[in-house]
Design a protein around this ligand. Structure first.
Ligand SMILES: O=C(Nc1cc(S(=O)(=O)[N+](=O)[O-])cc([N+](=O)[O-])c1O)Nc1c(F)c(F)c(F)c(F)c1F
Ligand SMILES: [Zn+2]
Length: 259
């Protein structure tokens, strides 16, 4: 199995997942001056009003909040997308301390964490798994978390981490609307990329918001109390530094929205 350690980490993933060395891998280092400003890029619309979370879950790689994606109640549309994409789950990537831990970087700048809201193209694919394997199957909104004041919307999530400390644990987590995790501005960069964890499918339209939200050191400490090992295992390895480093751009264009 894969992980983020020395033996099983990102540099070893290509052995089981050769696509790791493909032409549209994620994350990337975003260089704002080189992004193409595309006036035809409409704003992103998030219809999260009837959004309802179902549970929170530790899969040994991250902590995930899953949603009911059996209808179009929670979708994003607009921007680079040709139709509505349904929210399936969100999860985070973070570091061990300080301000590293994000996956995408901006001119080399790293953030303490990065939130991924994973959506799938239910207009074109029948299941998430099928969409995840298609070139236009997924759309992931990435939001940077910068160290600073505590984020009140994050409290509900970090307060639930004690219930999912161990790999494989899942707990009810109803009624959480991720709209409260959005920054004020939805200005974004977008580019064609991949999942940043195995199976690394090249099926993701990335939408990276320029404006970070803030998270306090205390809140980040809660992320680091999560474990990658199961309750029955005797090792207690903390879940931290679960981020893949930036990958080669390989000629891809990054576009910038104007609003
Ligand atoms: O559902 C998935 N979610 C997911 C994506 C990312 S991601 O970082 O790659 N991302 O897209 O944001 C990170 C984590 N995570 O726990 O850290 C995730 O759990 N991945 C996934 C999968 F697990 C499969 F076995 C599979 F066949 C497939 F098609 C998939 F797309
Ligand atoms: Zn992710």
């Amino acid at each position: 199995p894969w992980g983020y350690g020395n033996e099983d980490g990102p540099d070893a993933w290509h052995k089981d997942y050769p696509i790791a060395q493909g032409n549209r891998q994620s994350p990337i280092d975003i260089i704002p001056e080189e992004a193409v400003h595309d006036a035809s890029l409409s704003p992103i619309f998030l219809s999260y009003d009837y959004c309802n979370s179902i549970n929170i879950y530790n899969n040994g790689h991250s902590v995930i909040v899953e949603f009911d994606d059996t209808d179009d109640r929670t979708v994003i549309r607009g921007g680079p997308l040709d139709n509505a994409y349904r929210l399936k789950q969100f999860h985070f990537h973070w570091g061990g301390k300080g301000n590293h831990g994000s996956e995408h970087t901006v001119r080399g700048k790293t953030y303490a964490s990065e939130l991924h809201l994973v959506h799938w193209n239910a207009a074109k694919y029948k299941t998430f798994g099928e969409a995840a394997a298609g070139p236009d199957g997924l759309a992931v909104i990435a939001i940077f978390l910068e160290k600073g004041d505590e984020h009140r919307g994050l409290h509900k999530i970090t307060d639930a981490f004690y219930m999912v400390k161990f790999k494989g644990s899942v707990a009810d987590f109803k009624g959480f609307n991720p709209k409260i995790l959005l920054p004020n501005s939805l200005v974004y960069w977008t580019y064609p990329g991949s999942l940043t964890t195995p199976p690394l499918h090249e099926s993701v339209t990335w939408i990276v918001l320029k404006e970070p939200i803030t998270v306090s050191e205390k809140q980040m400490g809660r992320f680091r109390m999560l474990l990658i090992s199961g309750e029955e295992e005797d090792d207690r390895t903390r879940m931290e530094n679960n981020f893949r480093p930036p990958q080669p751009l390989k000629g891809r264009k990054v576009r910038a929205s104007s609003n």
